[in-house]
Design a protein around this ligand. Sequence first.
Ligand code: F6R
Length: 612
Amino acid sequence: MCGIVGYIGNKEAYPILINGLKRLEYRGYDSAGIAIYNGETAIYKCKGKVSDLEHYTSKKSLVGFVGMGHTRWATHGEPNDINAHPHQSMYGKFILIHNGIIENYSQLKKILEEKGYRFKGETDSEVLVNFIEYIYLQGKTTAEIAVRAALSKVIGAYGLVIMCSDEPEQLIAARKGSPLVIGVGDGEYFIASDATPIVEHTKSVIFLNDDDVAIIRKDELTLKTVKNDKIIQPTIHQLDLDVDEIEKNGFDHFMLKEIFEQPRAIHDTFRGRISLEKKEIHLGGLYNVLPRLVEAKRIIIVGCGTSWHAGLVGEYLFEELARIPVEVEYGSEFRYRNPVIYEDDIVIAISQSGETADTLAAIQLAKQKGALVLGICNVVGSSIPRETHAGVYTHAGPEIGVASTKAFTSQVTVLAMMAILLGKKRNVLSNERYEQLLTALANIPDKIEKILQNSEKVKHIASIYQNATNCLYLGRGYLYPVALEGALKLKEISYIHAEGYPAAEMKHGPIALIDENMPVVFIATQDKTYEKIISNIQEVRARKGTIIAVVSEGDTKIKEMAHHTFEIPHTEEELIPLLAVIPLQLLSYYIAVMRGCNVDQPRNLAKSVTVE
Ligand code: F6R
């Protein structure tokens, strides 16, 4: 949600900033802007993508060694040139880029208006930069003191970078609830809302904590907190990320690359954690809390979007394999509905980005109530792993396409490992079943590879349905969350209205929608509900609905009923979501491409939703 990049050092800032913005564009892409200091500070900003900004700046002379850039996902104020960042204060002393939401901005705005401040746009960020300036001019103080004083009065979330015209050889960065990473180079520093623009310059980074304020000159970084003037020693981490992981590597889109990366991503998720030889599952991040997990009376899984769907698969896995009752909650609902949480509850927060505000708020609530909170996250060093008591990283590698793909399958892989491990420790699973599941999990990457080799078949089906206006996705048991995920993928990138349902629920309402114009995607592999789902397929057929079915290899029955089928290899029923979701991801991808949609940057969306 909004991308932030900053640079200070001995190199030209512009190429670093513009390339950084391109890397960050997946976080927001409705407007972009840049500020560079060279004797005085030039600001260029416009509605549209980073390429529009690049075009706009192409004829300008943008030299200078200090600067910052921003790519926006609008919260307050429509996307236009004025609301784009950077924002400059009324008397020109401060320039700011901001990610997050200032909740008390209207009160601050009122105070400022009474003091004669006037505003050009509608953003909370413009209020903040003027509030900083107001304090600065009042107190005749330093930029750092003014920033810290202003932030101590702010309610809300921010990741921000500030330049002050009186102290131009300096950037000030601050974080609360919205991530910021500082890259440490040789006589230079990079600031960004995640590590992707930094990794090509340096692997040494500092992750800012909430309330941290960093005062950065090219050869010096001073870390303090908003409220405390005492200098803190920063901890420097080494990034485990390579540049080619954040490039398309010959694929047309990041989404397609990430779909095709799934065999490797899943392998990396279980690598070093399952051993077929020793018949072991070893989840190092859970080692200290394993006894509490084994004794768990209840698990509550929280997440949003695709991560919530992975959580639903988790519910089936934990209940079936480990016999632990599970509830799955949207982070956004959990935080506001006064949930009953016991001290012996285990809360598992699932998030690709590790920054989703609703999931973070759910974690904080669960911690306050004394539950043990675990995280399943992809982005190392992000907020959720730091807020949780323990957890497991998915190790899927950076996911840049806005639509989540490999995050889902790697999250389900972690949940499967956890459920199998607990099933064994709680004596629910026999040795034989345990070993079967372990072997099946280890074989998943090869089976996905096989599905991907057949992607042309999905492309053909996509070409037939590219002009659909609605679509239903139906599945039962483990395949119900997959139906939800298939529908989410289609709607978010192709803008076709799609809904997922448990197949048996169809007759309680959605069946009214079915006619010859309604494609229905059944996820109908040969599991214990196979015969039941065949009845549901017949119900759709009887109403002239068009049937696309994902079936098990060698299926004959459904093939006779469906208009199109796509076969996937057999595996244990508990792991079938890992295979069944792949053709659905491909179907959405190809349909969206055929409709001319921007697959990696669907309208109105952004990766990493750091606002409520
Ligand atoms: C869907 C999608 C979103 C995210 C959701 C949670 O393709 O990308 O629904 O799954 O915003 O994000 P994370 O997993 O980062 O918490």
